[in-house]
Design a protein around this ligand. Sequence first.
Ligand code: CTP
Ligand code: CA
Length: 227
Amino acid sequence: LRRGENSNDLSGRRIVISAGGTREAIDPVRYIGNHSSGKQGYALARTAAARGAQVTLVAANVSLPDPAGVEVVPVTSAVELGEAVQERRSGADAVVMAAAVADFRPSSSVGSKIKKSGGEPVPIGLAENPDILAELVRTRPERAPGQTVVGFAAETDDVIANGRAKLERKGCDLLVVNQVGQGRAFGTDDNQAVILGTGGSATEVPNGPKEDLADRVWDLVVERLTG
Ligand code: CTP
Ligand code: CA
């Protein structure tokens, strides 16, 4: 029997999860986006609810059915997602940033549709978005055992080394690192990953349903919350 299976070990816990991919408006009809389907974040929400947690799912541009018993908060842009997560993180036992957050947004979103002028294309200037995960860590409430903060990272090469460096840089408790490219991870129902923890832990999760990876994440979150 897998740890966590059929158990109620997240009962009484409140969890905030972000899912999907943000869209950064260029004009009223266009945006800068990414390939995130939201499936991993939704799998996290379903499994946490099944294990008894009270779940809030901040969903950026996801076209999947709302998981039963989960509060879904729809958002569009990175700035909106950051505000929605921060507003709801107080009192939560864990915050999991599974969303693909755009690093940059157009520095000025114009109110009317950009037209072909017949001349040179108009360059799109970019501004950096706030780092929501790093902000969550920086503003974490100081109480024992504390709020567990989990990040996700998709890497194409040097997966472990890049993941380790990112975990340190972000200051989160756990970082779920998966390899992307070659048709892996985006939009699929399966995922393979390694979950890196502070103190050097590395939990390898073999390729399998996104629910399996989600359950391994919750196992480690429960360990931190109870240990
Ligand atoms: N993230 C965030 N806010 C951002 C960018 C990323 O909260 N503005 C979160 C993501 O939700 C994810 C984690 O940070 O949980 C790692 O995202 P990633 O894009 O891998 O990290 P970056 O620091 O943006 O590094 P990179 O330059 O590799 O994109
Ligand atoms: Ca990024």
